[in-house]
Design a protein around this ligand. Sequence first.
Ligand code: ZN
Length: 217
Amino acid sequence: MRNIESSEFERRKVENFFSLKQPYKIELEKNEGETNLANIARKAEQEYCWAFDEATSTWHYYPSREHSEEVSRLKGRSTFKATIPSELLQPPSDSSVFYHIHPDSVVTRLLSKPKKGWHSEEFLRVSNQLPKKDDLEKAAKLKGYKEFRIVTSVGITTYQFHPEKLESEEKKFSTLSIPQEELYQSLDQSLEDAVKKALDYMNEHYQGIFTFHFEKF
Ligand SMILES: [Zn+2]
């Protein structure tokens, strides 16, 4: 038996896409939904996640129950960890993509108290576009999603986990350091070039266990 609440949940209007306190299922084309996610990333104070079912063009959203923030000012990193809602641990269908946003506020917070020799805003935007160790761990854990996407106001980073390429566990989440000078050099071309440069390093490092791709809006 369905109560009123669950039937409301079944189909919410497109305007409700931005009401992140309520769970929803909204039918909306993939690229339009991605544009909405970029707009959310522009203003959000924390991460949120969605599943998009390509078979029905439906966005599934559930509020995350807990958030923790890890700020390392020394390393120029700030990570908001959103607990994945239990409803999204299984994909809605086998043609589903898992999405989460990396909000701009991560960058603005780090810039709010700059130190001498601090990274440039552009550099921090590149960093915010990259999957973090935690994201890769989630991708390896969430079975059944065809791919994972991080949306920022700048663009979309897509990554996939290929367990069949895994010969030993040790390489899976091994830390990778991308030469910062090279990223700054690429930033002289464009932010897009710098993100692609970083992802080239990641593709090479993970040898097909994880694959990465970036597209600017
Ligand atoms: Zn993330």
